[in-house]
Design a protein around this ligand. Structure first.
Ligand code: CTP
Ligand code: ZN
Length: 152
């Protein structure tokens, strides 16, 4: 028997749906994607029920499609998120976010003595743990992990 699914956040016609964002990461994803500077309609759901995550967040961005840098940003803050590309109300593509081997910019090195924190130097990290997201600084070798991420 078919059960009727009700959308808590309305469907969109064209754009990107970032789904299955752990609730604790929702505002970090909003911030890193700089959604406050976007002109197109955005709808956001917070603390929605999820079988897998307990509570999840969802972001629907009309008429915008993510580039590789956006996907890297999402992967850093919400590696379990699912990206759905919507065209004419249909899901035409599902993208899995994957962390690259290196990350440049986006987050700060948590070592206060690191050169990247007192000079105009872009941060550069080697991704040493893709599951729990841990980054090793190329300059000072200190490790910054997900719970310590601050936007650069
Ligand atoms: N969605 C949307 N607008 C559309 C089509 C889909 O906002 N026009 C949203 C759905 O609400 C859902 C996500 O895009 O949050 C993915 O849609 P769909 O693949 O149909 O959902 P599921 O089968 O639940 O996929 P998954 O389990 O992979 O999340
Ligand atoms: Zn450093």
């Amino acid at each position: 028997m078919e059960t009727k699914k009700e959308l808590v956040v309305s469907a969109i016609k064209d754009g990107t749906v970032i789904d299955h964002i752990p609730a604790k990461s929702l505002f970090k994803v909003i911030s890193t994607l700089e959604l406050n500077n976007i002109e197109t309609p955005i709808t956001i759901g917070f603390n929605l029920e999820s079988k897998k995550l307990g509570k999840k967040g969802i972001i629907k961005i009309s008429d915008k499609f993510p580039n590789d840098n956006d996907l890297n940003k999402i992967a850093l803050f919400a590696p379990e998120a699912k990206i759905n590309i919507i065209r004419n109300y249909e899901v035409v593509e599902k993208k899995v976010v994957q962390l690259p081997d290196t990350i440049e910019g986006i987050v700060k090195c948590m070592n206060p003595k690191c050169i990247t924190n007192f000079e105009e130097v872009k941060t550069k990290f080697t991704v040493i743990d893709k599951k729990n997201v841990a980054l090793k600084c190329r300059y000072c070798e200190k490790i910054t992990s997900q719970e310590n991420f601050e936007m650069k």
